[in-house]
Design a protein around this ligand. Structure first.
Ligand code: HEC
Length: 242
């Protein structure tokens, strides 16, 4: 009985540990973003995160601000006040204001459009990428990344996450992260920040997914209701026969 209780407890807590990026830092490749497309508040926070921390360099060239507003329940006024890049209209696509030539000069590469990034590389990958920057004095940006070694992207979230140090064994294999420069957010808060951002990027990759999910729920509800009605009807018809 006690064994059973322990087993149940272990099973109950395992997914939480996973979602929080637990299971040890050595297994960072198994980290799951654990984002929920149906969580509108998370998507709104993700949109804010993206516009504040990513849109300076990255575009979402297939996504219009207004579509984001409609899908995520953000009014035009709030869009204009909080999310639009300077000079942009609500009917515009989300295009970075950074000129490609300048970006090329600064980073040696133009930051990729992120509209389809979660579809090409997966939400878990983007989650891992944003969580595995570490201090590297030899890198031009001062940081390196486990998911994309030698990346030209600076650790733009370092004020939130801080800058962790990475420990490698004698064969150069990654062992663990160590605390380095602290950031404003706790580890759990940073995970939540990244999860929201990834959630928004997954939404941006296929805005119609949101509707599909909602339609799916209604279809299931309808089927359940219909089953109940059919069953009641059958009871009614057979009442006199038996
Ligand atoms: C200061 C400019 C800058 C900002 C701000 C920035 N990035 Fe980047 N990002 C880059 C550059 C440059 C690259 C190309 C990196 C490379 O290929 O090495 C890149 C690449 C990426 C990639 C692709 C990685 C891959 O595997 O190809 C992702 C995902 C990404 N950025 C996400 C983000 C997110 C999310 C934010 C906001 C939290 C953000 N970036 C903010 C410059 C930036």
């Amino acid at each position: 009985m006690r064994k059973l209780a322990i087993l149940v407890a272990a099973l109950a807590f395992a997914p939480a540990a996973f979602a929080a990026g637990g299971g040890g830092t050595a297994s960072w490749q198994q980290w799951h973003a654990g984002n929920q497309l149906g969580d509108r508040a998370s998507l709104q926070r993700g949109a804010r995160n993206f516009m504040n921390y990513c849109a300076g360099c990255h575009s979402l060239k297939y996504v219009r601000y207004q579509r984001v507003g409609t899908d995520l329940g953000i009014s035009d006024e709030v869009l204009k006040e909080n999310l639009l890049l300077p000079g942009a209209k609500v009917t515009d696509y989300v295009l970075t204001s950074m000129p490609g030539a300048l970006a090329n000069e600064w980073f040696g590469i133009v930051p990729p459009d992120l509209s389809l990034i979660t579809r090409s590389k997966g939400s878990d990958y983007v989650f891992q990428f944003l969580k595995t920057f570490y201090a590297d004095p030899n890198a031009a940006t001062g940081t390196n990344n486990l998911a994309l070694a030698g990346t030209a992207m600076p650790h733009v979230l370092s004020d939130l996450q801080g800058v962790q140090r990475a420990v490698f064994d004698e064969h150069g294999a990654f062992v663990t992260f160590e605390a380095g420069v602290p950031g404003q957010l706790s580890a759990a808060e940073y995970d939540a920040f990244v999860r929201d951002t990834v959630n928004f990027l997954e939404y941006a990759g296929e805005p119609a997914k949101l509707q599909r999910a909602t339609v799916g729920v209604w279809v299931v509800l309808f089927l359940l209701l219909f089953t109940a009605i059919a069953w009641l009807l059958k009871q009614e018809y057979w009442k006199d026969v038996q």
